[in-house]
Design a protein around this ligand. Sequence first.
Ligand SMILES: C[S@@+](CC[C@H](N)C(=O)[O-])C[C@H]1O[C@@H](n2cnc3c(N)ncnc32)[C@H](O)[C@@H]1O
Length: 885
Amino acid sequence: MGRGGKFKKNRGGGRGGGRGAANGDRATHRPYQTFPEVAKENEKFERYYNGMLDLPEEEKAEFWPALRRELPNSFRFCGSKGHALAVRKLLQKRYIPEITRITHDGLLVEAPKEVPWYPDSLAWWMTTPKNVVRKFPPFSAFQKFLVSETSVGNISRQEVVSMIPPLLMDLKPGMTVLDLCAAPGSKSAQLLEIVHRGEEARIRQVVRGIAADANGAAKAEEEQEDEAARLEADPSDDGRATGILIANDADYKRSHMLIHQLKRLSSPNMIVTNHDATMYPPIRIPNPEDPTKPKYLKFDRILADVPCSGDGTLRKNVNLWKDWTPGNALGLHLTQVRILVRALQMLKPGGRVVYSTCSMNPMENESVVAAAIDRCGGPEKIEIIDCSGQLPMLKRKPGLKKWQIMDKSGRVWNTWQEVDEYMKSGGEDGGPAVAPSRLVETMFPIQEGSDCYDLPLDRCMRVYAHQQDTGGFFITALHKKAEFKAKPEDVKKEVAKKPETAANGAATSTNGTPEAVEANGAAAPKRGLEEQAEEPEVKKRRVSQDETASPTEDAAAASEPEFAPVPDTAEAEAETKAEGASVDTPMADADAADTPKIEAAATDSRPNQPEKKKKQQGPYEEPFKYLSPENPVIQNVTEFYKISDRFPKDRYMVRNAMGEPAKSIYYTSALVRDILTLNEGRGVKFVHGGVKMFVKQDSPSADVCRWRIQSEGMPILHGYVGEDRVVVLRKKETLKKLLIEMFPKIANGEWARLDEIGERVRDLGLGCCVLRVEPEGDDEFFNETMALPLWKSFHSLNLMLPKEDRSAMLLRIFNDTTPLVNMGIKKDEKKEEGPVAVADAEVKAAESKEEDTVMGEDNAEVKGPAPTEKAPVEGEAVAAETTAA
Ligand SMILES: C[S@@+](CC[C@H](N)C(=O)[O-])C[C@H]1O[C@@H](n2cnc3c(N)ncnc32)[C@H](O)[C@@H]1O
């Protein structure tokens, strides 16, 4: 997209859907418009959609200009609701008043607005283009805020339509949820937030109860409006969330993007896997009724946000104007059906699958839904949910009940019979007909006579660009009424051919259209439709990029090669051999529906499947080994931090084959533990699980616990830590000092500089403790309680936070960009360390988080002391974490 058009005047089109006028915008606002280098036209695309989308003429006149306009900037406040609301308040109170004063060429800039249908006003958008916000100096404070909060995971730059699917899942705390095609992870993040909804309040209630029991005081109940915040919403684990999210992606590299995005939410209830969703393996879980019989996880909710041609993202990916061909979607249909069928198989009866794409093409949307329902037993078993009552403010269109299919050559077909007859009748010049490449029957509307003929496909949701100035999107929610046995895939639709056509390869190759030659290879004999349908369904597949990716992710995704996962039959076979089919086949009644091994044979009709086990994609993953509560390290941390008995001791885990704590100790929920343990060696590719809770470092004396609490584990653990290891901070200025100063001195009376916490710190034993921030007063930007790890050495103190967190907190609470200062080095060496340039040990620790998962984290060397607090100066060891590299 061109930068040159920074502030050029809008040349027509207006803002689609009348959003501006409806919201009472001032007429003085300039609708920004940048000017593309790519011509925003494509004959086939325009012909196909003009002919098919059921839009009245006046809407068509809005639809096309909207697709050619630049997309508004949008973002979502994320994390726990309380925290997200606190960060939102900053936007409203600090930045919007500034933005509304910005003018350019005498015109006022349009301030961000809330997305009307997003709950709790946590999603926002603005029409000012990203490059203007980035470059125009009056936006610089707002831009810093966006960058800083995005870097610490409080803001997700997500396209608004991409926020819809998780909101239609009706997900509740305690549920099991699977996101089958999850990278880069913005929808998974939304799901994970719901898995944890209300948890903070529930735990607070339980922890207060524990304290009240200890003091003999009365238990105070918090009033809770949000049902999820009441203990009854998820009571079985003392208020801790018991639900689980499994986020999966078939692409190894992208599964690591996913980890990066989701790790920021510090959830012990999440696992990341790396599988082809069409063959997602059954996940074993405990079977309390009969522990000798295997039991497999069925999900309450599944999101299938499948790979698609992505033509709804034209406004962002302008190259699609030149790259769009009907072939983009043709190659995806079968994979999309397979993913949706697999999702429905793994769902509990009564559960819900949400299927979504950022494509407008019915062959990726309604036809996929209909084909999957047909394969899964029809409307008796699967119902399309009427979501018209949900998100009432969201403008949408009903799903199509009739559509056409455009083949690679641009020819449009109404029914499968038309294709069939064409093949029977021969080519237009009287010669043999050339089969339209890759067309399969399930792409077309289901014909009369089938149970699925009259499915209420109008219950599917289509969102178009002009309706509320967004990208295009398709969403459908499906309800599983009962178990079913899926029909095998039937892609071998025989098309009657003239005998000479089928046999006479040489003749057809000379008579083929250019498109047919391209499809089949110039020298190769032409093949019938049957064979073409059987060829690997997508050799080259566009992975639709999610509009939510961060700039780096955008870049990575944009440069990525086309992606074509191969159903991993061999893997399933290997697993069968390893475990014995009889053992591993889920419950008798769950039959083929639950077993990708069987399913693989049924669906994968492609020739030349490799016999040998496919080489595992991606590097070796370290195993997940749980520690016994009797492990001396677990006993040591429990004793040192006086961790309450109410905090479970049987969920600590390390990532090395020895199963011994070497560098880091992770914590997971009970269900995550059971899954990681029971599925070890079964070929399930787990690539991430657990929150880093303790990190080993050198300690100043033998009495001091060498395991400090890691910042991401702090929110989970702090409520259970004994008061001996807690320092309470109430004053804003004290926190500011601790954020700006790294390693402030406390020896020789210097503790007194630390104001209200000085004496407490002086008397505190060495090692790690919890800094509990309980703001006093009514400062609107300093009112959130938090818990941060603090390390006390002989001579100094240090907040153990990554640099981004320190800087983001300084900006958020104090609107301050003061560079950090390292107080731990000699006076004449002391220098200011810009918030972005600090290379201290805890920063490295934070950065090493990424490498840990990839490298096998416990193999990393542990060295001390940390490079920044120079040992000769301080004579004490601190923050000894080194990078895993
Ligand atoms: C539309 S993107 C998903 C966006 C994601 N849900 C989000 O909100 O951030 C589709 C994803 O599916 C993945 N994918 C493609 N084929 C797949 C398959 N057969 N199984 C699982 N994932 C697949 C791609 O790697 C890509 O990350």
